[in-house]
Design a protein around this ligand. Structure first.
Ligand SMILES: [Mn+2]
Length: 438
């Protein structure tokens, strides 16, 4: 993407604050980096290769994750949180400034609606932020909307409601086109709460008909991501409930349609890394929503509950990257809801967890692993993954951040800047205490 030069005057954290905090930590950081470099060198790994790859990693931020989320019970607003899409972009730029990892934001419509998308694109560019996949929303009704999505949207039993949902997706594509996005993510809440409420085959046929209309509207270099989810808001059946239905739909639609894996959208204990491998093998892994969960679609911070799973997912992604020889380019994005933390701090931590899982996957000795697998040496094959996972790669991640102009310790630096307190003085406080985005 050809960004204009970042306007340093518009950056959220003054560069001198980052420099000062890095000065405090630099000596220890360089010592740790040298120690890790020596350790990896004994395994014939050049730490510079790992740092270069981590520096090239890009993860999109969720615009909806920049404000305090909430559950269906309550939302606890944070003074200084963003009140509109422009302020969300300001906060995205802070995460990117400190990590060098998050150059794009994924918008959600109509939540991020504004009057002038040319101006929004320029504002993003001035902050070093581009636009990732656009998300449509046909899972709730909007003020003034003619027909309700109470009983579904793209698979609704009535053609006029389906048409309204299709038109919303077409508008999202048009907005995304103006912003420089290259994909749309379609997640629907369609399904049923009671056996007998809807017919499984009919609803999927109607969904496919609707998606065909959306697919036809895609610009030539765009992709359409189908996001599956096992349940919720529908509790008995969901139209796009799993990766099987997702890949069938993607294959039915055509090359530009691919599957998006949200880590929280599966049954507990499902082997998600294997789903990732399957989708990648058949060229249908288009995008990722990183988060973590304990029970369901918890939208917790990436790597906070099950870091080993995140590593195993990246182990498959790196494997697909190697096999794809440059042709494997899924769109990595986060999809989290921050209910009890400052969203920026949660996203800084998540960025570290994602980059760390990637770095650990990069140091897996794949040649040795193949040998152990061929010989059925189970313990040594397992240890190839285990030892990579147990390696402390933090100095390599810190080096990647420093070389991007970011912080050795992003959260400490963010706190030292008093960014949120300063924003609380100038931003409009949104006292919406009701149920929030989940
Ligand atoms: Mn998602």
């Amino acid at each position: 993407m050809g960004f204009v030069a970042i306007d340093r005057a518009m950056l959220g954290i003054p560069p001198e604050v980052i420099a000062k905090d890095n000065d405090r930590l630099m000596e220890a950081h360089l010592a740790d980096y040298a120690a890790l470099a020596a350790r990896l060198a004994r395994e014939n790994i050049d730490i510079e290769d790992i740092v270069a790859k981590v520096m090239a990693l890009e993860v999109g931020l969720p615009s909806w994750g920049m404000v305090s989320g909430g559950t269906r019970f309550a939302r606890f607003p944070l003074p200084g949180e963003p009140a509109d899409v422009y302020e969300k972009i300001e906060d995205c730029s802070v995460v990117h400034q400190l990590t060098g990892l998050t150059p794009r934001v994924s918008l959600h419509f109509p939540w991020d609606k504004t009057d002038d998308y040319v101006a929004l694109r320029q504002f993003g560019e001035a902050h070093g932020i581009g636009f990732d996949a656009i998300n449509s929303n046909t899972f709730q009704d909007q003020a003034g909307q003619k027909r309700s999505y109470k009983f579904g949207s793209l698979s609704h039993s009535q053609a006029q409601t389906r048409q309204q949902a299709i038109e919303h997706n077409l508008q999202c594509i048009d907005i995304g086109h103006q912003l420089g996005s290259k994909a749309i993510t379609v997640w629907i809440g369609d399904g049923s709460n009671f056996p007998g409420q809807s017919e499984f085959t009919d609803t999927l046929e109607r969904y496919l008909d609707s998606l065909r209309a959306i697919y036809r509207h895609l610009p030539h270099d765009w992709r359409l991501f189908i996001e599956h989810k096992m349940y919720e808001p529908a509790f008995y059946s969901t139209v796009i409930q799993d990766w099987g239905t997702s890949i069938l739909c993607a294959q039915t639609l055509g090359e530009k349609a691919q599957c998006l894996v949200d880590l929280g959208h599966h049954a507990p204990n499902v082997n998600i890394e294997m789903i990732v491998a399957r989708l990648a093998q058949f060229g249908k892994l288009g995008g990722f929503h990183f988060n973590d969960s304990k029970y369901g679609d918890d939208d917790l911070d990436s790597g906070s509950i099950n870091p080993f799973q995140l590593f195993l997912v990246f182990n498959e992604l790196v494997s697909a990257e190697i096999r794809g020889k440059g042709g494997f380019r899924p769109s990595y994005m986060m999809d989290q809801s921050h209910n009890v933390t400052d969203p920026i701090e949660s996203l800084l931590n998540s960025a570290r967890a994602i980059a760390g899982s990637y770095a650990k996957a990069l140091i897996v000795d794949r040649l040795a692993l193949k040998g152990y697998q061929a010989d059925n040496d189970v313990i040594m094959a397992h240890n190839c993954l285990r030892l990579a996972f147990e390696t402390d790669v933090r100095p390599a991640l810190a080096m990647a951040r420093v070389r991007h102009g970011g912080a050795i310790d992003p959260i400490a630096c963010y706190r030292a800047s008093s960014y949120r307190a300063l924003k609380a003085e100038v931003r409009h406080y949104n006292p919406n205490l009701g149920g929030g985005i989940v």
